[in-house]
Every structure is written in structure tokens, then in C-alpha cells.
Write a protein that binds this ligand. Structure first.
Ligand SMILES: [Zn+2]
Length: 86
């Protein structure tokens, strides 16, 4: 068995998505809707970059999760093929 924690594709150098409560008015990076103070939103690291985070409203984060699930499905499918020797 390999030692240490199992790595996750969603937990790179930039860290993982984080649910935060807006401490001041913010704007969703994706749809540019206003996120008012006290509203929950998500801080998501830029994929592939060590620095910088996007702020997403809940709706946008849901879409990002949907897309992530689809992307994961393609990896699961590729894994299936690899195991089946295709
Ligand atoms: Zn949004």
C-alpha cells in the first residue's frame, strides 16, 4: 500500500474550494451577480495556477460541480477502458 494521504485532483497546490460567508459585498467571478454581506459563496482556486481564487455564487458553484462531475465521469470511463484492456 502506498504511504500517506491519497491525492485528490481537486486538492492541488492552490488548495480546495472553500465555502465562505461574504464579509463584505462581493461579486461572482462568473455571472457577476452581487453577493451581499452575510451571504454564502465559494472561493475556488484557479485550476492550474498556484495563486488567485475565483469567487462563485452558489448557482455558479453548482454548475462548476456539475461540470466537474462530467469531467470525472470521462476519467472513470477511461479507467474502465484501461482495466478492460481497450
Ligand atoms: Zn454566479
Amino acid at each position: 500500500m502506498p504511504k500517506g494521504k491519497t491525492p485528490s485532483l481537486l486538492n492541488g497546490n492552490a488548495g480546495k474550494p472553500n465555502k465562505v460567508v461574504a464579509g463584505r459585498k462581493r461579486e461572482c467571478t462568473r455571472c457577476h451577480c452581487a453577493i451581499v454581506k452575510g451571504e454564502p459563496c465559494f472561493e475556488v482556486p484557479h485550476p492550474g495556477f498556484a495563486q488567485g481564487r475565483e469567487t462563485y455564487c452558489c448557482d455558479c458553484f453548482a454548475k462548476v460541480l456539475d461540470q466537474t462531475t462530467k469531467d470525472l465521469d470521462t476519467h472513470f470511463a477511461a479507467l474502465e477502458e484501461a482495466r478492460a484492456g481497450i
